[in-house]
Design a protein around this ligand. Structure first.
Ligand code: SF4
Length: 394
């Protein structure tokens, strides 16, 4: 990504300062894993602290400006430094000011999209009205047609949700916790069913009905409310099936200074990673939630990925003969992903596999797959490498 050209703002230092403040504060609302490949912005570059690579709904990755309309908030979420009880400088954009600031970056080709969220400095609809005005200025006055991600605020009215879905490319509303009891532990001002889930339902209906917004996402803070992975994945699975949620993001809790949770331990990044792996199994590998293995406390194992854990629990299914296995069987083999399964099926149409090396040529990880496959009726002997291979997604 190119470095931001600060001269874009040389004539408007106040505006640059505001963008810097409200862009940096948006990181508290950030799920870094939503950035392509988990790449975080470069913290050494001040401007890049608020520009993120993001995956677009239709595919492709572009740098986007992620910014708050305001960091003032009347709520008191325990994990958030922008909570009202925190005595800190507050800053806000006017809609035209933010729209023109974004357009300056966009025209300078520094960003290709905008992700706009906000603290709730007034009634939710009053704040959403300012967000909608910003989006409307971009769409109508500046004829901006590219990626625009708008956050739906908790408690927004059906009309406000409708306006956001009319203008945005993607919308999101962060649940943060998997159920009402857990949310009450960390965000006492928000009602899980009324303020959040009901709004997500409205957005899902509008998206299905052909709104401009094509997808809806949400985020959970992992490890903030004492919740288990089972609780998070149960809610996630339910959202995929009932609301056709595009995807859920999982963000390991990090205690932030000047919050009531600042002395709590951070959540493990391995735990976050395992949740993403389990989520992939649900979304792309046709796993059912009840096929995932949870430990007695309800968490996934941090020691092994959930697909390997499933394979070890089902010795009756393995080894699988790669020359005859159906696609659905192939994607259950540890080390064989979606692309690998497709490559296997395509390659064997021309000629069956007679040797494990045939699979190596297809870039199949024999280190992981060997105990679970047969090649032409023979088990595969695998000589571990002296070099440690990084663990793949699946
Ligand atoms: S609603 Fe909660 S998380 Fe959002 S800005 Fe306000 S205090 Fe922070």
């Amino acid at each position: 990504m190119k470095k931001i050209s600060l001269p874009v703002y040389r004539s408007q230092p106040d505006r640059f300062e505001k963008l810097k403040t409200l862009g940096e504060e948006s990181r508290y609302d950030v799920c870094l894993s939503s950035c392509a490949g988990g790449r975080a912005p470069d913290p050494r570059d001040p401007a890049h602290r608020w520009i993120y690579p993001a995956a677009l709904p239709g595919g492709g990755i572009v740098p986007i400006l992620k910014v708050l309309l305001s960091n003032a908030c009347r709520n008191n979420c325990f994990y958030c430094p922008n909570r009202s009880a925190n005595d800190r400088p507050r800053s806000s954009f006017q809609p035209e000011e933010l729209a023109s600031s974004f357009m300056a970056l966009y025209r300078a080709r520094r960003v290709h999209g905008l992700f706009l969220s906000s603290g709730i400095y007034d009634q939710p609809d009053r704040v959403m009205d300012d967000m909608v005005k910003t989006a409307d200025i971009l769409r109508r006055k500046y004829q901006y047609k590219n990626y625009l991600h708008l956050k739906i605020l908790p408690g927004a009215s059906p009309g406000a949700v409708g306006e956001v879905c009319r203008l945005a490319s993607r919308v999101s509303l962060n649940l943060e916790a998997p159920n009402p009891e857990r949310l009450a532990e960390i965000a006492p001002d928000k009602n899980f069913s009324e303020d959040l889930l009901k709004r997500m339902n409205w957005a899902a209906f509008l998206i299905k009905d052909g709104a401009r917004a094509r997808t809806q996402t949400t985020q959970f803070i992992v490890g903030a409310s004492g919740e288990s992975d089972r609780e998070i994945l149960t809610t996630t699975d339910d959202l995929y099936r009932s609301l056709h949620l595009h995807r859920a993001y999982f963000s390991a809790f990090q205690p932030l200074p000047h919050t009531p949770m600042e002395n709590l331990p951070p959540a493990s990044l391995v735990r976050e990673h395992r949740l993403y792996q389990a989520d992939w199994l649900l979304r792309f590998y046709h796993f059912r939630l009840d096929e995932l293995s949870f430990q007695p406390g309800g968490n996934l194992s941090t020691e092994m990925d959930p697909k390997l854990a499933w394979a070890r629990k089902h010795p009756e299914i393995f080894p699988i003969e790669v020359n005859r296995a159906e696609y659905e069987e192939l994607i259950r083999i540890p080390g064989v992903g979606i692309r690998s399964a497709e490559r296997i099926i395509q390659a064997r149409r021309a000629q069956g596999f007679s040797d494990p090396d045939d699979l190596r040529k297809l870039r199949i990880s024999l280190k992981r797959a060997a105990p679970y496959i047969l090649v032409n009726g023979k088990t595969v002997k695998f000589q571990p490498s002296l070099f440690v291979e990084p663990e793949g997604v699946l």
